[in-house]
Design a binder for this molecule. Structure first.
Ligand code: ACO
Length: 228
């Protein structure tokens, strides 16, 4: 397996991989019924393409699969600034895709309520947005390696703080094994409508969203206060 940085020229290939993997398989996408395996989802594709533009993302390419250069997995990392999430929440109003809106409304609201920028007093965060491995390649340590390389990219680029919204127990375990800690969490059964019905009926074994973080180039970072 070869691990390479993703450039804007790889965008189509990466989206093709995500349509077969992340779009239908990620726990929240599945719960919302966001899209069928292999099918386009324009709102999520725009979100992914934006992260690729930041040139911090990494892919695993099957070197055996010569010629076709098959993508086995990707981690899409973006640069997050203090007002980005509030702006993204506002922009959701224009989004026609109701399923996308439901997922990102929950994520954005949770992130705004549990604000890493204020807590750590940083001006930008290395945001691990999408972690995806093709089902044919799972269980071989590819996601682990992608997260490890993301930490190296964050460190090389001078970031003090990394974050991710880990939506399932496997991604939570992977991030934990790379030193990420829980900043805040939201049990899916507590995210309900006015009738007490779960808005995102996420399937077991996934039970909660965890906003997780890792301090990078900075033992100097104020990490004394307890996570929320
Ligand atoms: N069942 C049991 N354990 C699992 C599973 C599973 N389905 N998947 C991963 N693990 C465990 C492994 O046992 C391993 O533990 P170890 O380090 O103690 O041996 C660890 O998690 C890492 O496993 P990897 O082989 O590196 O993970 P893999 O390459 O299979 O990818 C991933 C895991 C990314 C979660 C993959 O299943 C996937 O693409 N799922 C759909 C998309 C998704 O849910 N992405 C994460 C959302 S959160 C976010 O994107 C920020």
């Amino acid at each position: 397996m070869e691990f390479k940085m993703i450039g804007p020229e790889h965008c189509d290939q990466v989206l093709e991989h995500l349509r077969r993997s992340f779009f239908a398989d990620e726990p929240l996408n599945k719960a919302a019924g966001l899209c069928q395996n292999g099918v386009n989802c324009s709102a999520l594709e725009i979100h992914c393409a934006e992260a690729i533009q930041d040139r911090m993302s990494v892919m695993a390419v099957d070197a055996k699969d010569e010629g076709s250069c098959k993508i086995a997995g990707v981690v899409l990392n973006g640069i997050l600034k203090p007002d980005d999430t509030a702006r993204a929440l506002e922009k959701l109003e224009e989004t026609k895709d109701i399923h996308f809106r439901v997922i990102f409304e929950m994520l954005h609201k949770h992130n705004i309520e549990h604000n890493l920028f204020e807590h750590f007093d940083v001006k930008s965060i290395f945001d691990v947005r999408i972690l995806s491995v093709d089902s044919c390649y799972r269980g071989q340590g590819i996601a682990n390696e992608l997260v490890k390389r993301s930490v190296e990219v964050a460190r090389k680029n001078g970031f003090r703080l990394m974050k991710a919204d880990a939506t399932g127990i496997f991604s939570q375990k992977i991030f934990r094994s790379h030193g990420f800690k829980v900043f805040s969490e939201l049990p899916y059964c507590k995210y309900t409508d006015e009738n007490g019905k779960m808005i995102l009926p996420v399937e077991a074994p996934h039970i909660k969203l965890q906003q997780i973080y890792k301090t990078v180039c900075g033992d100097e970072l104020d990490d004394k206060a307890k996570p929320h």
